[in-house]
Design a protein around this ligand. Structure first.
Ligand code: GRF
Length: 219
C-alpha cells in the first residue's frame, strides 16, 4: 500500500502533531509523516518529531523580508520531501494566496471551533461569552480567507456550566486529537472529494454513506 506523504506545519506545542504521529504509527494507516516544519525554533512540538525519528526543520519567518519569500521557502522544502498533503497544526502564520492556490485541496487546517462560528483567535473565550451550548473543532481544506474552506470533519463538544476557558479548551483539544487523525485517514484513503466547495465523504466499501461525523470515530 502506498501511503500518502504528509508534512505537518507547527508553531508551538504540537499536541495535534503528536496525535497525527500516533495514528500514522499503525502499519495499516494510509498516511505517513515525512516532514515536520516550524516557523519558530522554539516550537516545543519539534521534540515530537525528533522522538519519532521524523525529519524536521525550522524556517523562521523573520528571516524573510516578504511573505512570498517565506512561502516559497516552505514550498521548496515540501517539494524536496515529495510531500503530497500539508497539515497545519497550530501553525500561526497566514499563508499567501499563491501558496494556498498551489496546494489547493492538498492543504488542511484544524481550528478549535465549529466553523463558520468563531473563526480567528480566542475561540473559547468567545464561545463562552456568546453562551453557546456546544462548540468543538473543525478540520477543513484551506482557502485564502482565514478559517474558511470545505469542512472535512467536525466534532461537537458541550459547554458545561461553570466552564472557564482552560476547561473548555482542554475538552475541545481532546476532540481535536480524534478529529484530525480521522480527517487524515479519510483523505489518505481517497474518500474525500470537493464538490461545489463542499467536502464529500465517500462511504467505505460495504457501508452506507454517513454525513454526521460525531462522535468522530463513527465513520
Ligand atoms: C489547536 O487548538 C488548534 O486547533 C489551533 O491551534 C492549537 C494548536 O495546538 N489551530 P497544538 O500545538 O496542536 O497543541
Amino acid at each position: 500500500m502506498a501511503r500518502l506523504k504528509v508534512a505537518v506545519l507547527i508553531s508551538g506545542r504540537g499536541s495535534n502533531l503528536a496525535a497525527l504521529i500516533a495514528c500514522c504509527a499503525a502499519p495499516d494507516f494510509p498516511a505517513e509523516i515525512r516532514l515536520v516544519l516550524a516557523n519558530r525554533a522554539a516550537a516545543a512540538g519539534l521534540a515530537h518529531a525528533a522522538r519519532a525519528g521524523i525529519p524536521y526543520g525550522v524556517i523562521p519567518h523573520r528571516g524573510f523580508a516578504r511573505r512570498e519569500d517565506f512561502d516559497a521557502a516552505l514550498d521548496r522544502a515540501l517539494a524536496d520531501a515529495g510531500i503530497e498533503l500539508v497539515c497545519l497544526a497550530g501553525f500561526m502564520r497566514l499563508l499567501g494566496d499563491a501558496f494556498v492556490a498551489r496546494w489547493r485541496d492538498r492543504l488542511v487546517n484544524i481550528h478549535p471551533s465549529l466553523l463558520p462560528a468563531f473563526p480567528g483567535l480566542d475561540t473559547h473565550a468567545r464561545a463562552l461569552a456568546a453562551g453557546v451550548r456546544f462548540t468543538g473543532c473543525t478540520v477543513h481544506f484551506v482557502r485564502p480567507a482565514m478559517d474558511q474552506g470545505p469542512i472535512i470533519v467536525q466534532a461537537a463538544v458541550p459547554v458545561l456550566p461553570g466552564d472557564d476557558e482552560a476547561h473548555l479548551a482542554a475538552r475541545v483539544l481532546a476532540a481535536e486529537h480524534r478529529a484530525y487523525p480521522l480527517a487524515l485517514r479519510l483523505i489518505a484513503a481517497g474518500r474525500v472529494r470537493v464538490c461545489d466547495e463542499r467536502a464529500v465523504i465517500d462511504a467505505a466499501a460495504g457501508t452506507a454513506p454517513r454525513a454526521m461525523l460525531n462522535p468522530p470515530e463513527d465513520v
